[in-house]
Design a protein around this ligand. Structure first.
Ligand SMILES: Cc1cc2nc3c(=O)[nH]c(=O)nc-3n(C[C@H](O)[C@H](O)[C@H](O)COP(=O)(O)O)c2cc1C
Length: 347
């Protein structure tokens, strides 16, 4: 039977609606940041005004160690969301990802919903995005450059979402040949590849396999934030939802993947339920180079627009800056080196 050409676009619209209107967070599992505490430094010798929050993203200077996670595209609703997110990212000076470009492989009807990101964010890194199922399909190998060109991408994100594909009606849980194909893509394109989960987390052994085939960035996208099996259960109107809370918490993934830093050079991105400056600072202290967030930013753009997102992210980093002062560090490289206490050590 021929595929419904509107199916992908309809799914994208439903994803946005559910993420905005339903409680699709993890129910009984946190991302883990609540288990840690900062070590207060009473003899800080930092000049608060001189604290530097800037960092590098694959060689480009960015204002904050933060990016707006890949979310949407390929449906009419995505166009204004992406336009506004991109404007906010450009004005703050941080990278932004586009949502899965799968729909752009199917037809050109909604290409503008992706292109608008580069148009409105000319000065910051923009990340392309394809799913593991599309990356594993060798027929797509030649089409990936078209997706990169569409948004003049600076990096390509491949999202690994086995749980989502499993639960999704008409999902595509055939990932056979995935690593080999990622290796081919990495050789073919001239951009860094970032592999990310969508909320179940990437651990050290998965990350190692990805680095071995040429991936240069790992976004752990751990458990504790948005549950994508939850979103798909709601779409299916299923009453059974035994995998709602499946996955490795974000903090566990950051610490585990960080162990690979000793022998590998790569960018470690922490995401999965990040929604405060405290969580951002803890993620970096646990070893992340950058942090990222999706649904909290989507909610903010839909309610308070560009100014709301700028205020939200800047207020998170106002907190990060205060934490840096109180822990006695001047810049992001120093923040990476501070130790955190586990809460049980305090009492
Ligand atoms: C509406 C929406 C659509 C998403 N679509 C994609 C996508 O197309 N590709 C992708 O890699 N991740 C996608 N994600 C997943 C996010 O990038 C992120 O990994 C996940 O939501 C966990 O982060 P969070 O807890 O900050 O939301 C989407 C998230 C949202 C909220």
């Amino acid at each position: 039977m021929a595929k419904d050409p509107h199916l992908t676009s309809k799914r994208k619209k439903e994803h946005i609606e559910l993420c905005l209107n339903e409680d699709v967070g993890f129910k009984n599992k946190t991302n883990g940041f609540d288990k840690y505490e900062f070590i207060h430094n009473a003899v800080t010798e930092i000049n608060y005004e001189e604290i530097d929050l800037s960092t590098k993203f694959f060689g480009s200077k960015i204002s904050l160690p933060f990016l707006i996670s890949c979310m949407t595209g390929g449906t009419i609703e995505a166009q204004s969301i992406n336009a506004n997110l991109a404007t906010a990212a450009n004005e703050i000076g941080i990278p932004i990802g586009v949502g899965s470009q799968r729909q752009a492989l199917e037809n050109s009807k909604y290409h503008i919903s992706y292109k608008i990101i580069r148009k409105n964010a000319p000065d910051v890194p923009v990340l392309g995005n394809i799913g593991a199922a599309q990356a594993a399909d060798k027929n797509n190998l030649d089409k990936i450059q078209m997706l990169i060109d569409l948004i003049e991408a600076d990096a390509l994100v491949i999202h690994l979402n086995p749980l989502q594909e499993l639960i999704q009606k008409n999902g595509e849980p055939d990932f056979s040949g995935l690593l080999k194909n990622i290796e081919k893509i990495a050789k073919k394109i001239k951009l860094p590849i970032i592999a990310k989960e969508v909320g179940s987390g990437i651990n050290k052994s998965s990350a190692r396999k990805l680095l071995e085939v040429g991936v240069r960035g790992i976004d752990v996208a751990g458990a504790g934030g948005t549950s994508w099996s939850g979103v798909e259960y709601l779409r299916n109107k299923d009453s059974i939802n035994q995998f709602w809370d499946w996955g490795l918490p974000t903090t566990y993934c950051i610490k585990d993947v960080n162990k690979l830093k000793k022998s590998n050079y790569f960018t470690l991105i922490a995401s999965g339920g990040i929604s405060s400056g405290e969580e951002i600072a803890k993620a970096i202290a646990l070893g992340a180079d950058l942090t990222a967030s999706a649904r909290p930013v989507l909610k903010e753009i839909s309610v308070n627009g560009i100014e709301g997102v700028k205020y939200l992210i800047n207020s998170w980093f106002d907190t990060v800056k205060k934490i840096m002062y109180l822990t006695g560090v001047n810049n992001i490289d120093e923040l990476k080196k501070i130790k955190l206490l586990r809460k049980e050590e305090l009492y």
